[in-house]
Ligand binder design. Structure first.
Ligand SMILES: Cc1cc2nc3c(=O)[nH]c(=O)nc-3n(C[C@H](O)[C@H](O)[C@H](O)COP(=O)(O)O)c2cc1C
Length: 336
């Protein structure tokens, strides 16, 4: 698990006597102010974990002043998320689909509901089978609906009716039929032509793809291996962060997720050039523990830990976190 890659493979080089009387962890992503650089990754079906699911995490992110990523496979609708976190900064994650007209409708809906960015899930050409799913057969709580997929299906059937073609009634079939593994980088261009919202591409792990994304004018990249849940033996995200930051030459913002579990991990990612980090599973553990308050607690702990690390490493502001403050552990090998 790449948690350990953050914690054991990278060491800090703290600077001292730097006036850290007051430490400011606030920053911006895509010109939106956030109180600290720790955002919430989009994750599917959060009602499996707590009855409030995504609503709890969206609300917690809003109350803490950070960004919430809503998965296309959320167990909540856009309306529910908007009313749970009306003023919160929210990005909407979409997947490559066959019928782009329904994706357009979804993006319009997101724009109208005040979402501030579209995250394209680029690492889901196919969805890897989850071994655990076969073993544990997760049971959906009664009444749990995939709110955004419900919207997409309704839009699809409206189109079919207009065109006199047969509608689809089976949601499970629709969700398997629509994802489109034949999509290419044209989809990024399509997104840029479809919306004025910033485009954030999620699931980039190489400098080559990062350069391609930057050349096509994406606004941000999330360096992500999908929490290690897609391609076995994909690299730890922290190990490829520098390559990606270097490749984009400042043309877009770079974020990272995967295995970030402590304030130190956040600091290390920022030192290697990330503008912010996203966290996934810890937010699910938070809502499992205590709904919205549990999710807030997770964010509070990480925020506090980041402040402590910044104070002890000699970085009173986010801008003061620089690459010289971190080394790969191999830095010390030759000397010992
Ligand atoms: C249960 C679960 C569901 C997920 N669902 C999605 C999803 O619907 N869309 C997506 O882009 N990423 C999804 N992810 C990946 C996360 O966005 C994120 O990349 C990953 O969880 C970050 O790693 P971490 O959990 O170690 O923090 C999911 C991850 C988990 C654990």
């Amino acid at each position: 698990m790449n948690t350990f890659d953050f914690q054991t493979r990278y060491k800090l080089r703290p600077r001292v006597l730097r006036n850290v009387f007051s430490v400011d962890v606030s920053t911006t992503i895509l010109d939106n102010k956030i109180n600290f650089p720790i955002c919430v990754s989009p994750m599917a079906a959060q009602r499996l974990v707590h009855p409030d699911g995504e609503k709890a995490n969206a609300r917690a992110a809003m109350e803490m002043g950070t960004c919430f990523g809503l998965s296309i496979s959320a167990s909540a609708s856009l309306e529910e998320i908007t009313s749970a976190a009306p003023e919160g900064l929210k990005f909407l994650q979409v997947d490559p689909l066959k019928e782009l007209r329904i994706l357009t409708s979804l993006i319009r809906e997101g724009e109208n509901k005040g979402f501030k960015g579209i995250i394209l899930g680029a690492d889901v050409a196919i969805l890897r089978g989850r071994d655990t799913k076969e073993k544990t057969h997760p049971i959906f709580p009664p009444g749990m609906k995939m709110g955004i997929w419900e919207f997409l299906l309704a839009e699809y059937n409206k189109l079919m009716e207009l065109e006199g073609r047969p509608s689809i009634v089976n949601m499970e079939y629709f969700r398997k039929e629509q994802p489109d593994s034949s999509r290419t980088w044209d989809l990024v261009q399509w997104l840029k032509n479809t919306t004025n919202l910033p485009i954030i591409i999620k699931g980039i792990l190489t400098g080559e793809d990062a350069r391609m994304a930057a050349t096509l004018g994406v606004d941000a990249i999330i360096v992500s291996n999908h929490g290690g849940r897609q391609l076995e033996d994909a690299p730890a995200t922290i190990d490829v962060l520098k390559e990606i930051v270097t490749a984009v030459e400042g043309q877009c913002e770079v974020y990272i997720d995967g295995g970030i579990r402590t304030g130190n991990d956040v600091f290390k990612a920022l030192a290697l050039g990330a503008k912010a980090v996203f966290i996934g599973r810890p937010m699910l553990w938070g809502i499992a523990y205590d709904g919205k308050d549990g999710a807030k607690k997770v964010l509070e702990i990480l925020q506090k830990e980041l402040k402590v690390t910044m104070a002890l490493a000699g970085a009173p502001t986010i801008a003061d976190i620089v690459e010289e403050m971190i080394v790969h552990e191999s830095h010390f090998w030759a000397k010992n």
